[in-house]
Design a protein around this ligand. Structure first.
Ligand code: SAH
Length: 216
């Protein structure tokens, strides 16, 4: 599959929609959304709809998030070039590609082997280089590479993964949906000090659940 002028045109319209209707204002986030070819991360049968604000099934009964959700989570991270970002839930690799387009160093974890392999192939095909791609349970984070400037969780956690907060730098930010299956609230946690965490709330979302262990 190619990235044609038709795809680029549709992407531009989506980016305008994200700015005007969703309220994304960070220029770098909008540029990243305009740059990453979302249609190349999903199955070809969905190609014509890739630039609509829709989620699609990917492997292992998971879904690629809505572009608006990807843009909002990315904006909430307040990324700066060169920051170390831990992503939990690689999925098809689209959000990873958006984080890389923000010029960050990405460490990403996925618990489904099929998706881990799928994303690995995608990254190679599209010449994308996350710092580290891990097959494992994101509840444990990546202690070897900690601490991180930012953490993004792309699946809904029923309990706050405290291990992830431990792996955040002081001043670091974690964006995570919390709540039961299919009805989470998006939160941003800012680690003010080892004992003080600021918590902000950003409305209701539907994510696939964050599950423990691998491949169950
Ligand atoms: N960012 C992804 C979204 C995929 S959906 C994309 O752009 O495609 C969320 C992903 O989180 C799924 O792939 C799911 O398998 C994964 N996931 C769920 N629980 C997890 C865990 N404990 N550790 C790592 N990944 C997890």
């Amino acid at each position: 599959m190619q990235d044609t002028f038709v795809h680029k045109g549709k992407r531009k319209i989506l980016t305008e929609y994200l700015r005007e209707k969703i309220g994304i204002s960070d220029r770098d986030v909008l540029a990243a959304m305009n740059a990453v070819p979302r249609h190349l991360f999903i199955e070809s049968i969905f190609e014509d709809f890739a630039y609509e604000d829709r989620a699609f099934p990917i492997l292992a009964h998971q879904t690629i998030s809505h572009p608006s959700t990807v843009a909002e989570q990315t904006e909430l991270l307040m990324l700066k070039p060169g920051e170390k970002v831990l992503e939990i839930g690689t999925g098809c690799g689209y959000q990873t590609a958006v984080l890389l387009a923000m010029k960050t160093l990405v460490y990403t974890v996925e618990r489904q082997k099929d998706l881990f392999d799928y994303a690995k192939t995608k990254f190679r095909e599209l010449n994308l280089s996350p710092k580290f791609q891990s097959f494992g349970d994101g509840f444990a984070g990546l202690p070897t590479f900690a601490p991180f400037d930012k953490i993004i969780v792309t699946c809904g956690a029923s309990v706050l993964p405290t291990e992830l907060l431990k792996q955040l730098k002081i001043g670091g930010v974690m964006v995570i949906p919390l709540g039961p299956t299919n009805e989470q609230v998006l939160f941003r946690f800012t680690k003010k000090s080892d004992s003080e965490i600021e918590k902000e709330e950003f409305g209701a979302y539907k994510f696939v659940p964050m599950l423990k262990n691998t491949n169950l």
